[in-house]
Design a protein around this ligand. Structure first.
Ligand code: MG
Ligand code: MG
Length: 262
């Protein structure tokens, strides 16, 4: 069972979320042909260190501990790419995912950027993936249960001619980055059977659709971390940490807005 957070706790989580949003602004400003993914990671690491925020990704256990503060996944890489010496080129797309813990609370967010001019069909992939996250946020304030949102997300992506990744899902978030419940971007028998949950005040979840241009299936690369599409066609990933409040969803990893002044 997942934990509901008080308005006070959600306000604390907003501090972590705002740092994650700021880190993404720094990363976004660096995306250009010629930069390495390692340079982007270093800038985010420096920002978190300067703000006493603990990076959540570095050291995550696996066959080898995750070595960086961001996951950077290029083109056909879906998630969990390791930043390093890879140089970005015009026409690439680059998914940057990062999270931090601040004063004991976590935030987690991802964005896919175009590197200069990209193929129009790939641009549509980015628009649809960003769009399905925006749709989910909007519906969280209008539906009662997650399965209703997930069903509409699946339809939105299918109607666009793309595929939702099913082997990775969003998650509850709070004191830890990954908490209950699981937050799939599609409806499955498992979700209907015993995975569904109410969209009630106090719920805090990371919603993170991953959308592939071709097949939904992914494969692991030999670095033990990177997940790529099986058909090597491009993939996009957008994520926000979102809290349900008495007056609707609050994007904790978004820019300053009206809810910050309450
Ligand atoms: Mg993330
Ligand atoms: Mg996440």
């Amino acid at each position: 069972m997942h934990i509901l957070r008080s308005p006070r706790e959600i306000a604390q989580m907003r501090k972590a979320g705002l740092l994650v949003w700021q880190a993404h602004q720094i990363a976004a400003a660096l995306v250009r042909p010629g930069i390495t993914t390692g340079e982007i990671d270093a800038a985010v690491e420096k920002f978190f260190a300067e703000h006493n925020a603990i990076p959540l990704f570095k050291g995550v256990p696996g066959k080898v501990p995750f070595p960086a503060v961001t996951c950077i996944s290029v083109n056909e890489e879906v998630v969990h790419g390791i930043p390093g010496k890879r140089v970005l080129r015009e026409g690439d797309i680059v998914s940057i995912d990062t999270g931090c813990k601040f004063e004991g609370w976590c935030g987690d967010s991802a964005v896919t950027h175009p590197v200069d001019k990209i193929d129009p069909q790939v641009e549509r992939l980015l628009d649809v993936t960003r769009g399905v996250l925006e749709l989910a946020i909007d519906l969280m304030g209008k539906r009662n249960r997650w399965s209703e949102v997930a069903g509409e997300m699946g339809t939105f992506v299918r109607d666009a001619g793309f595929a939702v990744v099913e082997s990775f899902v969003g998650h509850g978030i709070g004191r830890e980055m990954h908490e209950d419940p699981q937050v799939p971007n599609f409806v499955s028998a498992q979700l209907r059977r015993n995975g569904d949950f109410a969209l009630e005040p106090g719920l805090v979840i990371a919603v993170e659709p991953m959308v592939n241009m071709g097949t939904k299936h992914v494969k692991s690369l030999p670095d033990f971390w990177t997940q790529a599409t099986q058909d090597s066609r491009p993939s996009a990933h957008f994520e926000h940490t979102i809290a349900m409040t008495e007056d609707g969803p609050w994007v904790l990893t978004g820019p300053l807005g009206p809810k910050d002044r309450k």
